[in-house]
Write a protein that binds this ligand. Structure first.
Ligand SMILES: [Zn+2]
Length: 410
């Protein structure tokens, strides 16, 4: 991989997709005693490859700086846990996964998904590079190895275990620096009729809904079916089904297999291919036009916060998530405009958000201070947040989202 070249096909990158200025890493929460210390920040930009149409981060951050924060990607919402359970039961039925099978999950985290296979008596192997997270999975009975996944890991598992009937990789493909080595690992670990199931936020949704705040340094790619099929094909793999899911603002679940396997292509593949072609994901214009659509979101947020301040209203935020940091830092919002953010993750509480330096408190803080507005930063779970914090309305508080446009929720 050469700087300035496509991480998949090595073509020089010449078309910018989005430029969000220079910001700290989204998951670098600042301890209170380091509030005055300088924060390293890096350009936050993405480009699109003119050859394969893979949208990818411009490389500025040393990989080890990103991986030291890998464990943070584990905060799951209740709706995500339910999504994983439904997936496990669907996969067992559809692909005949049973006691003779092996299910491998890459980035298996704390076993949130594999434990449903374990409960059904299906042998599993989790691959989870964060050692402490892997240990948590083992503690609940999910066999897990603390290694990175790639071609060598695929060979190793195939040699030791005879290969996988199902490989699951949800929301990890965007996080791997070497996409070729990673996808080659799928091809190496599969049994001849084995199935790969991967999920990722869909680039088409990012573009159409102006989800620019899902751009952060820890994401190397923003994936379309168009690009994923090219990467798969280069490694002897074939996509045979695609499903669209509302998770993470709109995701694709892509099923793939070895080129020679017997799985029949389903209509979902042609449907998403056609949607992407109709939107123009195979041409320059849609990418070149994206930056122009981002600026009004910043202006809308700033106008709202300044107006609230002028009226003496108090604003808090909900959700110390990566996308919130992108939004706040790109918009230049700090404690002058938002008092604090709440998050139910105790590891984030007692810290400051990177860049904006909003203090992170437990959700109970909302009832103590009764803010007039609560800006929900992870808009993808806004319904869940509103439902579980109904008491905010008791004191006349209103929920607000900023993306794709500033909206005070009814
Ligand atoms: Zn390329």
């Amino acid at each position: 991989m050469k700087a300035g070249h496509c991480r998949f096909c090595n073509t020089p990158l010449s078309l910018s997709f989005v430029d969000l200025g220079s910001t700290p890493l989204a998951n670098s929460y600042v301890p209170l005693d380091r509030a005055d210390a300088p924060e390293p920040s890096y350009p936050l930009r993405a480009s699109v490859c003119g050859e394969c149409r893979l949208v990818q981060a411009d490389a500025f951050v040393p990989a080890e700086d990103i991986f030291s924060h890998y464990a943070y990607f584990s905060s799951f919402s209740d709706s995500w846990v339910a999504h994983a359970r439904r997936f496990a039961h669907m996969a067992m039925d559809r692909f005949g996964i049973g006691a003779q099978s092996l299910v491998v999950e890459v980035a298996s985290n704390d076993g949130y998904l594999l434990r449903h296979f374990v409960e059904a008596g299906v042998p599993v192997l989790g691959i989870e590079p964060a050692a402490n997270v892997a240990e948590a999975a083992r503690a609940v009975g999910v066999r897990t190895e603390a290694v990175f996944f790639g071609a060598a890991t695929g060979d190793d598992v195939k040699a030791r275990e005879g290969g996988a009937d199902l490989v699951v990789a949800n929301n990890v493909l965007a996080h791997v620096p070497d996409i070729n080595d990673f996808v080659e690992g799928f091809a190496r670990v599969l049994k001849p009729e084995g199935v790969i199931s991967i999920e990722f936020p869909h680039l088409l949704r990012l573009i159409e809904d102006v989800q620019f705040d899902t751009v952060y340094h820890e994401h190397f790619y923003y994936l379309s079916l168009l690009a994923v099929e090219k990467v798969m094909a280069a490694h002897g793999l074939r996509v045979f089904d695609v499903e669209e899911w509302p998770t993470h603002g709109g995701s694709l679940r892509v099923f793939a297999c070895l080129k020679g396997a017997s799985h029949v292509e389903q209509p979902g593949v042609a449907k998403v291919r056609a949607d992407e072609a109709a939107a123009g994901l195979d041409r320059d214009e849609i990418y070149a036009d994206f930056q122009r659509r981002v600026t009004p979101i910043r202006e809308g947020l700033l106008a709202f916060l300044r107006q609230a301040k002028a009226e003496g209203k108090r604003v808090a935020a909900y959700g110390a998530a990566a996308k919130g940091n992108t939004l706040l830092n790109f918009s230049g919002v700090g404690t002058d405009l938002i008092d604090y953010v709440v998050d139910r993750n105790p590891h984030k509480q007692g810290h400051l958000l990177p860049g904006s330096h909003l203090p992170v408190h437990a959700p109970e803080k909302l009832a103590e201070t009764k803010p007039d507005y609560v800006l929900i930063l992870p808009w993808n779970i806004k319904d869940e947040v509103v439902a579980s914090h109904a008491h905010v309305r008791d004191w006349g508080g209103r929920f607000v989202i900023a993306v794709p446009r500033l909206t005070v929720l009814p």
